[in-house]
Design a protein around this ligand. Structure first.
Ligand code: LMR
Length: 394
């Protein structure tokens, strides 16, 4: 059986991590996979996470099963964190999932079950895992125009014109904040237009919110989602705690279903539990138990928020410093977009040849398409990145 298998395609992000680890150069620089790093290049365990993990280890007296929907205190805390002050709070159900990719898969399977033949629309470009996950659910995938490579901003007129043609058989996948890979987010004005169009045309918004707190702050980053949640009968949400709680390896996420009524949302939740049972049965508990513990404790929640805000502000500063260093070294404004983008990533528009030269000649690893993880950069490596970019002709 196995001899007939062709070699599998490599994952464009995770394969970089492997190549980087094998690279023996001392001055190599990993700006591939999306992890936050401190000034000394370390991805820390947040103080509140460490404290919660210690408390859980001391208090937990059983490792018995939790349930198909995972940790319900965590699910409720995620609903509150995302949908604060919206009417959707009373008509939303959630299941805990293994990361946001797990949530994308569970929600994709739900769409395929509830609306066979639906088309899922992805931004061009989008997170590399969106298309494979949606296609694995048997859904048709198409793209709407999003990023303008010339301005490095969202081409909002083209995006809105494409969305204006969607109807009840369409699902519109939106990045809640900190667009991956581009770093270019849609304006408040566009969120309002999308909400109005969804109301009139009947397409279903599906929001992927993997970086809440990394863009402009916890509430600001959820503003677009909250607008949709408040005004529309149905919205799907995939959420991750990988970045804002630094729980990457614990695979902690949630799939939220906002329904016209709570009964609709709970029925959909029941179907997702059935789908989860046929996939992985139930998610691992540890990360969700930590998040639930933090969000139920005022002092720990404050500690988490303070640390998260410090991370967000440092990313903004890194972006300013990077744009400034490029301005000085290149004598031009063509890298100013680093300053305007939000979240971990910026798409730089490097060609495949320039990306390969960055890696081979300078030991700088960025994702294909030229995505740079700004949040993985240390202040003292900015000059290396800038000179490598200019040396490959960026
Ligand atoms: C990334 O885009 O680098 C992260 O979201 C990691 C992942 O799961 O692909």
């Amino acid at each position: 059986m196995l001899e007939q298998l062709a070699p599998p395609a490599e994952d464009p992000i995770l394969s970089l991590t492997v190549a980087y680890r094998q690279d023996e150069r001392d001055d190599k620089l990993d700006l591939g996979i999306g992890v936050y790093r401190t000034a000394d290049g370390h991805t820390p365990v947040m103080a509140a996470v460490r404290e919660a993990a210690i408390a859980i280890a001391a208090q937990q007296d059983s490792k018995s099963y939790v349930g198909l929907a995972g940790n319900e205190a965590f699910n409720q805390a995620m609903i509150t964190l995302l949908l604060t002050d919206t009417s959707a709070l009373a008509r939303t159900a959630a299941i805990q999932t293994p990361g946001a990719s797990g949530a994308l898969r569970m929600l994709g399977e739900l769409i395929a079950y509830a609306r066979p033949g639906a088309t899922v629309w992805l931004s061009r470009p989008s997170y590399v895992n969106h298309q494979p996950v949606m296609e694995a659910c048997g859904l048709e995938v198409r793209e709407y125009p999003y990023f303008d490579p010339a301005t490095k901003q969202v081409d909002e007129p083209s995006m809105l014109a494409a969305i204006a043609k969607l109807g009840p058989n369409d699902v519109l996948l939106l990045h809640g904040c900190c667009h991956n890979p581009t770093g270019a987010d849609i304006s408040w004005n566009s969120w309002q237009k999308i909400a109005a169009m969804a109301q009139q045309q009947g397409f279903l918004p599906f929001v992927d919110l993997a970086y809440q707190g990394f863009g402009d702050g916890l509430d600001a980053d959820a503003a677009g989602l909250r607008l949709l949640a408040d005004t529309l009968p149905e919205v799907l949400v995939a959420v991750s705690c990988s970045k804002n709680f630094g729980l990457y390896r614990e695979r902690t996420g949630a799939a939220l279903i906002i329904g016209e009524t709570l009964e609709h949302a709970q029925r959909a939740k029941g179907h997702m539990q059935r789908i989860a049972r046929a996939t992985y049965t139930m998610p691992p508990d540890h990360g969700a138990a930590i998040v639930a513990h933090i969000l139920a404790d005022t002092q720990l929640q404050q500690s988490w928020l303070t640390e998260l805000n410090a991370m967000q502000q440092r990313i903004v500063r890194l972006r300013e410093q990077l744009a400034g260093a490029f301005r000085e070294a290149s004598g031009s404004e063509r890298f100013h977009y680093f300053q305007h983008h939000r979240g971990m990533f910026s798409v730089t528009g490097l060609t495949p040849e320039q990306t390969a030269a960055l890696r081979d000649q300078h030991g700088v690893y960025v994702v294909g398409g030229g995505r740079v993880n700004v949040a993985g950069l240390s202040e003292n490596r900015i000059d290396k990145l800038v000179s490598a970019f200019l040396a490959v002709g960026a």
